[in-house]
Design a protein around this ligand. Sequence first.
Ligand code: DMJ
Length: 635
Amino acid sequence: MVLLRKLPGMPGWPAALGLRLPQKFLFLLFLSGLLTLCFGALFLLPDSSRFKRLFLPRRAAAASSSASASSASSSSSTGDTELPRSPPAAAEPRHASSAAPRRLRDRLRGAARPAAPPAHTAPGSRPQVRGAEPASTAPAAARDTQAPSRFDYERFQQSLRHPPRGRRPPEDPETQARRMKVKEMMKFAWDNYKQYALGKNELRPLTKNGHIGNMFGGLRGATVVDALDTLYIMELEEEFQEAKKWVEKSFDLNVNGEASLFEVNIRYIGGLLAAYYLTGEEVFKSKALELGEKLLPAFNTPTGIPRGVINLGSGMSWSWGWASAGSSILAEFGTLHLEFLHLSELSGNPVFAEKVMNIRKVLNKVEKPQGLYPNFLSPVTGNWVQHHVSIGGLGDSFYEYLIKSWLMSDKKDSEAKRMYDDALEAIEKHLVKKSAGGLTYIAEWRGGILDHKMGHLACFSGGMIALGAEHAGEEKKQHYMDLAAEITNTCHESYARSDTKLGPEAFRFDTGSEAMATRLSERYYILRPEVVESYMYMWRLTHDPKYRQWGWEAVKALEEHCRVEAGFSGIRDVYSTTPTHDNMQQSFFLAETLKYLYLLFCEDDVLALDDWVFNTEAHPLPINHTNFKAKAGVQ
Ligand code: DMJ
């Protein structure tokens, strides 16, 4: 108004309209009211985030839209130097409204459909944590920023066949006591981490301080994020709230360091996704989506096969120095599928699903020696770099994610199933062997020559083969169940034959040794989960009590040799009755080892296998009973 009156040759509006003083006053009042109304309306309009970016300082606007992957990408293209550095993947179609076909978007808007009646009503079927707020009851402003995805959390909850924490504790008192013992171990591990290392990545239980390491590119709190779902499932409510509070207040994603794409995905993205699906707390979803965006530049290679290392700040990525000829690792680029489909599901942005579907395309194109998948692939040419095959380290979770992709798609992703079946057949033909003492093991393959060694990591395969056996053709079912049982038995032997009753990092079947480490450098145990993971699956799928017994042996050994004054520590030699400690409480001990042990002593409806698949860090991700939109990518 002031400006208008001063413009040369232009009288002020009221004067121009020939108004007197009281009328002028009334007119001004009316005009200022009108202006206030218009300004307010901009913020109330359905798609107001665009206007918010105009009016709010850039940083605040970016924060308000970080809940949606697509809006995050648009704010990163502003060129504002105060914003987190934008990944150079901006050319990707990220926004659901522009890139996703209408059909997909419509399916995302599940709200229009009538909600199915709840499949269960027992306590635990709804978020039980204080302050939990399902997505559909989030404040209007928060809903605005998530408009592209509109993931219907309540509908998802209703699709579950069992409450995630089950309906009742085990009836038999011994099993119940064992379950409570594992819960106590988890509380002990968490309490000590909280006291001495909260915000660091791991606890050093001997020196009572934190460890940061260089695997997570400056991200902190690996133990917090890895522990969230275990705390929730074990009903450690207070501890869960402590962990959640840390994520809300202190989990900073604006970091600038070199991260392992694989580790960030399985621990952080997997942990956050699981925490979101279990509780409906928006903070977990928005952090997972924001972090997922930061991983995308790793896929900018000639083939789309991601490189192993990424700087989360600059988006630059490269291959591990130790990986031959700049290659990418099978178990790393092959262990993204489950999490990335969920990122697309929750964000409404198909880009994540597209990235992992492309990996599959490349793998299907390249020739497999004897039907096997070597561990090193060039992200430039899409060819194998070395013919080393292993179901342990470097290969392991690639196979795991094939069968789990099929299960997670509610058995619709037949391509994944076919790839798994073919891979397992080749593994059985070329790598599965029987020792002189009758133990079945899976050897490693180096250009056609067998290395008769099995790593602790390879012991997850008992559980995986059992999980797949359930769904194999009639003629193969029993055969695969037997194979799974034999491998799990061999892994148990590697524990039983040590002085601590804990297994070594690798054990061999050559030079007269059977299921024992022969090299000093392979005698350590770092609280790994794979053996008890297989016990858990074998128990669930056979109900043979020996698996619970073996799990209990592991609990006792952990208590005796790994529990120290301020937490749990790995040990350097499983064959020593007085082992020295490595002073490290790994985050996967809380995410996996203790979770699988706990589930071993639960009823089958706790994180039931017909509702959930576990990612390779034991974070539960839901099976797509309600027709996840990302499945379109699969088709
Ligand atoms: C975990 O981080 C995951 O299970 C991964 O797949 C392999 N190794 C560790 C635990 O041993």
